[in-house]
Design a protein around this ligand. Structure first.
Ligand code: SF4
Ligand code: SF4
Ligand code: SF4
Length: 335
């Protein structure tokens, strides 16, 4: 949400920094799935990952430049189609795929790649923002156990990585200071802000993580102040620790906020960018949105992927309380 015509800080001056990586038409960076882990090992101090540090450096550089960079996460799924005919039936006149023998011999890494895809819940060649790939990975694979280790550690065919027990990966993965619960505590209560302002209606002091309280108080004091409703991040986000002002993006909720904002705007029958007085806006909310569950819990509380998870507060009754009190709207709504 942004205030129209008032003090909008520096928001109107800001433009996305637009590096090559952050352009909307930027090609995703292709990364073999288990190299996501090897990059972490390098960050944790490993000097000689099996794939070589130079293989990982472009990935590390890109993520350093833009944590939300798009990654195409690969695994050699197609090899098995040629493999069967080659091993078992003879291939006759058929050509083998490019680099077949080298690819076929890479079965240990192929297993790791597919295991990482399984943990991420994706098919090979899926594109994910790096932020989400790692967020999911660290939650589901706090160690390299079962990925880089082998149930046959002494086997010539199934060796395990010599770094699997060194703790490089674990040092980084388990030191994440933004686990999902903390993220909910820090970020989600400030999410999709028209309603979040109601979720923090009992707060009188400004919150360190966002500007929700400041905006609510301003609208309570001046209920006729014009408010412009927007999609995505807004002036609430300025002081948030997960807001990237250069790219105008909120890493943890960028994806689901977009849909929730549009769902709210649809219910309010407003187009993105519409401007109306705060009191009218909230009267419309009280009239047209029955509960937080409708938008913050997708109606049924479904959780189809980590980046689509309902907000932790979706079962709360703050909207009903605000409607009852006529918060900002200046009177009880006929709900
Ligand atoms: S332990 Fe696994 S992630 Fe780490 S360097 Fe070895 S193969 Fe890569
Ligand atoms: S950046 Fe904005 S949308 Fe994201 S968690 Fe912070 S306040 Fe919420
Ligand atoms: S339940 Fe909805 S309105 Fe409340 S904090 Fe979460 S996202 Fe915001």
């Amino acid at each position: 949400m942004s205030e129209n015509g008032g003090n909008v800080g520096e928001r109107s001056q800001q433009r996305m920094s637009g590096s090559e990586l952050t352009r909307p038409d930027a090609e995703p960076i292709e990364v073999q799935a288990h190299h996501l882990l090897c990059a972490v090992c390098v960050r944790g101090g490993c000097e000689d990952p099996p794939c070589g540090k130079e293989t990982l450096q472009p990935l590390l550089d890109a993520m350093w430049e833009y944590p939300y960079v798009a990654l195409k996460i690969t695994a050699d799924l197609d090899l098995n189609r040629a493999h069967y005919f080659d091993v078992y039936e003879g291939r006759g006149e058929n050509e083998l795929p490019e680099n077949f023998e080298q690819r076929a011999a890479d079965h240990v890494d192929r297993r790791k790649d597919l295991e990482v895809c399984r943990l991420l819940g994706i098919a090979p060649n899926t594109v994910l923002p790096a932020f989400w790939a790692y967020r999911i990975l660290f939650e589901r694979a706090p160690t390299v156990e079962g990925i880089c280790t082998s149930t046959m550690p002494g086997s010539a065919d199934w060796p395990q990585c010599p770094h699997a027990g060194a703790g490089y990966f674990e040092k980084v993965a388990q030191a994440q200071n933004l686990n999902p619960e903390e993220q909910v505590a820090l970020g989600e209560p400030a999410n999709q802000h028209l309603l979040c302002i109601l979720c923090t209606a009992d707060k009188q002091e400004p919150l360190v993580e966002d500007n929700l309280v400041e905006l609510r108080k301003r609208m309570e004091q001046e209920p006729d102040i014009p408010v412009t409703v927007t999609e995505g991040c807004c002036m609430v986000c300025d002081c948030c620790n997960v807001y990237d002002p250069d790219e105008h993006i909120c890493y943890p909720v960028h994806i689901k906020n977009q849909l929730r904002d549009l769902n709210i705007l649809e219910k309010l029958d407003l187009a993105p960018g519409a401007t109306l007085p705060a009191r009218e806006l909230y009267a419309r909310i009280y009239e047209r949105i029955g509960s937080l569950a409708e938008v913050c819990g997708w109606g049924d509380g479904s959780n189809t992927a980590p980046f689509w998870a309902p907000c932790g507060g979706w079962q709360g009754d703050q909207l009903e309380s605000a409607r009852e009190a006529g918060l900002i709207s200046g009177g009880k709504a006929d709900s």
